[in-house]
Design a protein around this ligand. Structure first.
Ligand code: ZN
Length: 388
């Protein structure tokens, strides 16, 4: 989800249908995702895909989705689109973004320390003491975000981490030595934290925002193929680049595909953990299902189809009000190409833009199910007009 500092705060409410399909209490149901799917998720999440440098992750994704689609194409900046029924006139997109927030090497001091610029909404507060991978032509160069010891900081006068004071240490003693290591201005930096599961309930990792989305739309394709479902339209499973810097990849690809309908998936904030403000951010909980957005970018008639599908299939869901913009690729689809009928299905996530982003496995399953079932509810050539 893009960091949109200057947008009005959203108001959110939650809703749960009376019937539940989630497993009986006390019994652990077998995983919805098979072993190869989970293996792919781990590989895909652990592979760095900084904004503007996503191609390696895109190759992994294309390799995984290839058996489940008819054809794949990519655009100049690396967005990948897997297509089912490429000859159909009516086109439906399901979309996620593949890029990961990161840092740019910006300024190397004479004594070999490195200052950074953001590439996306990277969080200065979590930087100190993190281990970092600097991506160079010669491969990864290791670095750490250094920070002065607690012993030497003056109580009451401690500085908060900001872009002005956080820095990388690569173990070099001069700018020349840093350059000899292959590090130059413009190198991109990611954290080294990797995928894990918490209590067999949460997927945890870096940039689950929104590579989990790429995983979920690929799973939809896999399920369609596995269950031999035929769709009466072309399905464009789109993994866009450059969302974290302002929805750029989606802006490009919408004009290429020219879809009739777009269903976007991204993450949104769980508000159940300490220091979250429900008045400002709404009442959204991990584990209570996909979150359906209300806002001008969301087409009400498409949203209706999604809600009716969720109710018919007993898939739990929550609601959020997003005001002017959704802060996701939904805006790029809705506000381009003459206005594409668009909707947003979000996955609640804890600790956005940290290295321990966490999502509930049941929610991941339910987003996949909701997209999968919604696709089967969309009719051939369906007209979503408000004026019929
Ligand atoms: Zn984000």
């Amino acid at each position: 989800m893009v960091l949109s500092k200057y947008l009005p705060l959203p108001l959110q409410t939650s809703f749960m249908p009376k019937k539940k399909t989630t497993g009986k209490k006390g019994k652990k149901s077998p995983s919805f995702f098979d072993a190869p799917a989970l293996e792919f998720l781990k590989t895909y999440l652990d592979n760095p895909s900084p904004t503007g440098f996503e191609s390696k992750g895109q190759k992994l994704w294309m390799e995984y989705i290839r058996p489940h689609c008819d054809t794949i194409f990519t655009d100049n900046y690396g967005t990948a689109v897997a297509v089912i029924n490429p000859k159909a006139d009516y086109k439906v997109v399901i979309e996620a973004h593949c890029d990961e927030i990161s840092w740019f090497v910006h300024y190397i001091t004479k004594d070999g320390f490195i200052y950074l610029r953001r590439n996306g909404g990277s969080d200065h507060q979590i930087a100190p003491s993190k281990r970092v991978n600097i991506h160079t032509d010669g491969g990864i160069v290791k670095a750490v975000f250094g920070w002065p010891a607690i012993h030497v900081r003056e109580p009451g006068k401690e500085e908060n981490p900001s872009l002005k004071n956080i820095f990388l240490d690569v173990g070099a003693s001069s700018d020349k030595e840093v350059e000899e290591m292959g590090v130059h201005v413009g190198c991109v930096c990611t954290y080294e934290d990797s995928f894990m599961q918490l209590n067999n309930r949460y997927f945890v990792g870096r940039a689950i925002d929104n590579r989990i989305g790429g995983f979920m739309i690929a799973e939809v394709a896999r399920l369609l193929k596995k269950n031999k479902k035929k769709l009466p339209f072309g399905l464009y499973i789109t993994n866009s680049v450059q969302e974290e810097v302002g929805l750029r990849g989606a802006e490009m690809i919408v004009n290429r595909i020219k879809p009739d309908v777009a269903i976007i998936t991204d993450v949104c904030h769980d508000t159940q953990t300490p220091m979250m403000n429900k008045v400002a951010q709404g009442d959204i909980a991990c584990g209570k299902g996909p979150v359906l957005a209300y806002g001008p970018a969301v087409h009400n008639n498409l949203l209706k189809v999604i809600i009716q599908t969720a109710q018919r299939r007993n898939i739990p869901f929550q609601r959020e009000a997003v005001s002017r913009n959704t802060g996701t690729d939904t805006d790029a689809f809705a506000f381009n190409g003459g206005g594409v009928v668009s909707a947003l299905i979000s996955l609640p996530l804890r600790y956005m833009h940290t290295t321990v982003e966490s999502v509930h496995q049941k929610d991941v399953e339910n987003v996949v199910k909701l997209i999968y079932e919604t696709l089967q509810s969309i009719k051939k050539g369906q007209d979503f007009s408000y004026f019929k």
